[in-house]
Design a protein around this ligand. Structure first.
Ligand code: AMP
Length: 202
């Protein structure tokens, strides 16, 4: 019987990785994705891909991203739902960069509920802004990302996070799904902290 439960009751892990720009969400999401067999959805990466291909979605997102503003919810939510719908037979999802507003979080909960899914836990990577500015400026030099190259744009992205995204802490604490991890130190140490946290809860 046990084996059937294991075979048929597939365990889904749906994670949200939070953190200010440069906190290492993308890097850590790749490790977590591989270890737990999840599908990684980074809204920033999807936007950048669409900008590089000059799609309609890319053109819509470009001016907001270049200033460091959030792309409007209606555009972002439609795109996110399409990305989830592409991979419905996955073991679970790791959302990186979404949700960023309470409205997005509510919509995500409703959307997953309709598919009999839910968020398992949310993990925030905590890093001081002074360290992040240094990391982002270095990343901007290597990648050419416009929003990483200018301190006023970086500052605007921090403001967007502090004004809109940080409210999500309360939203997920209320659901008993919020955890944070120290995001400084060696990359492998941070990854291990995240694995320990996931393994202790799932
Ligand atoms: P990221 O790669 O996550 O740092 O995102 C880069 C930029 O993409 C952000 O500064 C926003 O302009 C845009 N973006 C990414 N995800 C979202 C989202 N969930 N809502 C609105 N804008 C987003």
């Amino acid at each position: 019987m046990g084996i059937f439960v294991k075979l048929f009751n597939k365990i889904m892990i749906n994670l949200i990785l939070f953190g200010k720009p440069g906190s290492g969400k993308g890097t850590q999401a790749e490790f977590v994705k591989n270890k737990y067999g999840l599908v990684h959805i980074s809204t920033g990466d999807v936007f950048r891909y669409n900008i590089s291909k000059q799609t309609e979605l890319g053109l819509l997102a470009k001016s907001y991203m270049e200033k460091g503003d959030l792309v409007p919810d209606n555009v972002t939510i439609k795109m996110l739902e399409a990305e989830v719908n592409k991979s419905l037979n996955a073991n679970g999802f790791i959302f990186d960069g979404f949700p960023r507003t309470t409205h997005q979080a509510e919509i995500l909960d409703d959307f997953l509920k309709k598919k009999d899914l839910s968020i398992t836990m949310t993990i925030a990577l905590e890093v001081d802004e002074a360290i992040l500015i240094e990391r982002l400026i270095n990343r901007g030099k290597e990648s050419g990302r416009i929003d990483d190259q200018d301190k006023s744009k970086i500052k605007n992205r921090f403001d967007e996070y502090n004004n809109k995204t940080s409210q999500l802490t309360e939203y997920y604490k209320h659901q008993n799904k919020f955890y944070s991890v120290e995001g400084t130190g060696e990359i492998e140490q941070i990854t291990q902290r995240i694995y320990n946290l996931i393994d202790s809860k799932v």
